[in-house]
Design a binder for this molecule. Sequence first.
Ligand SMILES: NC(=O)c1ccc[n+]([C@@H]2O[C@H](COP(=O)([O-])OP(=O)(O)OC[C@H]3O[C@@H](n4cnc5c(N)ncnc54)[C@H](O)[C@@H]3O)[C@@H](O)[C@H]2O)c1
Length: 371
Amino acid sequence: MRALRVGLIGSGYMGKCHALAWNAVAPVHGDVARPELAMLAEANEDLARERAAALGFARATGDWRALVGDPDIDVVSITTPNAFHAEMAIAALAAGKHVWCEKPMAPTLAAAEAMAAAARASGRVAMLGYNYVQNPAVRLIASLIGDGTIGQVNHLRIEMDEDFMADPAAPFSWRSEAAAGYGALDDFAVHPLSLIHTLVGLPAQVFGEMAKPWPDRPSPAGRRAVETWDIAAALLRFASGATGTIQVSRTAWGRKGRIFVQLFGDRGTIAFDQERFNEVQLFVAEGPRATRGFRTILMTPDHPPFGAFTPGAGHQLGFNDLKTMECRALIGRIAGEPSVGIDFADGLAIERIVHAIARSFREGRWIASAG
Ligand SMILES: NC(=O)c1ccc[n+]([C@@H]2O[C@H](COP(=O)([O-])OP(=O)(O)OC[C@H]3O[C@@H](n4cnc5c(N)ncnc54)[C@H](O)[C@@H]3O)[C@@H](O)[C@H]2O)c1
């Protein structure tokens, strides 16, 4: 397969992650052609030029439509704020590009549906930035569930907490605007839902809760009312009879990147924390009771694709490596290989749960998540 020519829209936090992944994917994995970093689009020309030079892109533009319409680009990374995803992804797919778009898909279900429909109609690969499912530890957890090590999963709990919006004095940003969506629900809860989707399948019914700890935040024009909810939770019921909860907060002082997963089965338990994401905790109810306990499994080259990054067992991968794995998964799909990841169809199923949780919160009752 010839080298893919990449366009990147947005070069903030996630834009840099995508750029690093496109730069690293060939040397790390060693089995794909080195992508050509063709063009970077930013909010204006000057910023685009500066970021293109810093991140290694050949050309720069202040007009994302010029990037999407460029015949010399095969794949478009979209790393702009949520409100832009639908318009940009649909335009890129219509122009025949493959798309790698950051999560969540879009603030409204209608826009997410339009994105999924555009992906189907285009026949192109359209994947979402659900990096946590790429983790070798998560792949190990999937295989432990699949081979029955902990038996049938009957309950799960996932918490996702960070503190980057915990300070009431933190300035108003696009994350507090209704245009970005509900808030923690579609900023954070989608990540636990991506793990649930990958590990056990999405729930059939949900009961939601949301909270807003600060009513307003400072902005250049004075205090501005916060339009989103920084905390969200949901009770989950699965078709299998299993139950679960997700609890997420962007205002949890001291938590930096916690995604704490507990999966309880009839033979054992798996626990995992994204803040220590190179290890899995496994408890299996066998052997003498007196010596039973959780054991820690450190990630090694025995846990693909860890070995692509380093031959050093236990030598710890990092967040950006998950993005490189996601990039490899995307390239694999473009080449027709199956790979781990969340495409637009999976992403739409996740968005349906998000909107069902929000509806449940509004109406104060259980909601069938497909309805
Ligand atoms: N997968 C993850 O783990 C993860 C983590 C953080 C953020 N995200 C997602 O990534 C997306 C971006 O978040 P972020 O934290 O990188 O935001 P950010 O504010 O750091 O970056 C957004 C960038 O988009 C640029 N931009 C805005 N409008 C533009 C336009 N019209 N054309 C071109 N560029 C434009 C901004 O100038 C900025 O550089 C969001 O959808 C967010 O939900 C995903």
